[in-house]
Design a protein around this ligand. Structure first.
Ligand SMILES: [Zn+2]
Length: 397
């Protein structure tokens, strides 16, 4: 083994290689777990479908000895909590979701297939591979210990899988936050970033606003001057709103959807814009919110109504987050690779836990491309070292 590299391998690097070999041998098993999950379709808005995958996943975790608890939700699938180990130490929270953005029937056009090194299918990257990685990392940790010890995990672990992440996490947010508060750290098994599989140490916060303008309808030919054009007013508002973007601060304001009017020969009485706001720093939240709420009509004959707000705080790269990343990078180094980090614009439930100040590392799940798109896939060759990294982190944090 020590063939002339000059340095004798350390104990931990020998152990790391042993673990990597363990997951290499089980690569096909991990792939088939992922395929089982992908083949149970689970769009966020179909409670029955999401509950089906929840039952299936619950069964898998209970076979590892986890204590299963369903948090029933009325309009969404159940959220699933699984506890491993006693209360001897603070648990680490493994966080994820089993809902996807794909409607039922997507498998017909986007089947789960292995093509060379790629595994395809709806939700394979975001984030059914992440759930499978949790299962296999926990199984590995149990197996490695069972030889000398009780076969349990080296420390308490809480798993939380929610059913509504892709639609804003409204029904699960309180559960996520209360479990995070009890945890020493949060590991989020959302997709990694880019071909190198970088973990995410910063995510932007997300807000949504609706700007509704009411004018006055009239016949565009007969009574043009009696009308008050809501679309014209909205156009002016949009121009103003667009100036709120501040790229240096990582603050963007995107008018993504506009509606208005009824017929070309009617002066429109109604128009509305839906706006996506992203912030990199929590301290910018109040300012942009105030700007949005301070919009006033240019034409006083118009009424303007603003609703919405910032609903996910940014995940900022705090010292706690940086320390978690350093631990992950050290484990990856032992496993023989350089783990990169990335800051991204998209939000996840990691934003909530990081927003509470709990050290959070996101993007620990599958490596691939095309989340939410027809070419969604993961790279099979990356699975073993991902599983080894997650197992190492569960132990270390
Ligand atoms: Zn996701």
């Amino acid at each position: 083994m020590n063939s002339g590299s000059g340095k004798a391998p350390t104990h931990s690097s020998v152990e790391a290689r042993r673990r990597l070999a363990y997951f290499d041998e089980r690569r096909d098993e991990i792939v088939s777990t992922i395929r089982e999950l992908v083949e149970i379709e689970s769009p966020s808005d179909n409670k029955a479908a999401v509950d089906r995958v929840a039952e299936f996943v619950a069964h898998k975790f209970s076979r590892l000895g986890g204590e299963v608890r369903f948090h029933r939700a009325q309009d969404f699938g159940s959220h699933l909590q699984i506890n491993f180990g006693g209360k001897s130490a603070k648990p680490v929270l493994l966080l994820g979701h089993y809902d996807t953005v794909y409607p039922l029937g997507t498998l017909a056009t986007m089947p789960s297939r292995v093509v060379n090194n790629k595994l395809t299918g709806p939700g394979v990257l975001d984030m059914k591979s992440g759930i499978a990685l949790m299962l296999h990392a926990l199984a590995g940790l149990q197996e490695w210990r069972s030889k000398e010890q009780d076969g349990g995990l080296p420390r308490p672990v809480t798993v939380l899988l929610v059913s509504d992440e892709e639609v804003g996490s409204n029904s699960s947010r309180a559960i996520t936050e209360s479990l995070a508060k009890r945890a020493s750290a949060v590991l989020v098994l959302e997709p990694s970033y880019g071909r190198q599989g970088a973990v995410k140490t910063a995510r932007k916060g997300v807000g949504e606003y609706l700007v509704k303008v009411t004018g006055k309808a009239s016949h565009a030919g007969l009574d043009f001057q009696k009308g008050v054009n809501a679309i014209l007013e909205l156009a002016l508002q949009i121009e103003k709103i667009s100036t709120f973007t501040d790229l240096k601060k990582g603050l963007t304001v995107n008018v993504g959807i506009v509606n208005g009017g009824s017929r070309t020969n009617v002066v429109p009485a109604e128009a509305a814009a839906q706006i996506d706001v992203r912030i990199a720093r929590m301290k910018d939240a109040a300012g942009i919110d105030k700007k949005m709420r301070s919009l006033r009509p240019f034409n006083r004959k118009c009424k303007i109504e603003i609703t919405g707000g910032i609903n996910r705080p940014p995940m900022e790269r705090t010292s706690g987050v940086a320390a978690l990343y350093a631990q992950a990078a050290a484990i990856a180094r032992e496993l023989g690779w350089k783990l990169e980090e990335a800051a991204v614009g998209g939000g996840s439930d990691g934003n909530f836990t990081a927003g509470l100040g709990i050290p959070t590392l996101d993007g620990l799940g599958g490596v691939g491309d095309g989340a939410h798109a027809a070419h969604e896939h993961i790279l099979i060759s990356e699975l073993p070292r991902r599983a080894a990294l997650i197992a190492g982190l569960i132990e270390a944090v």
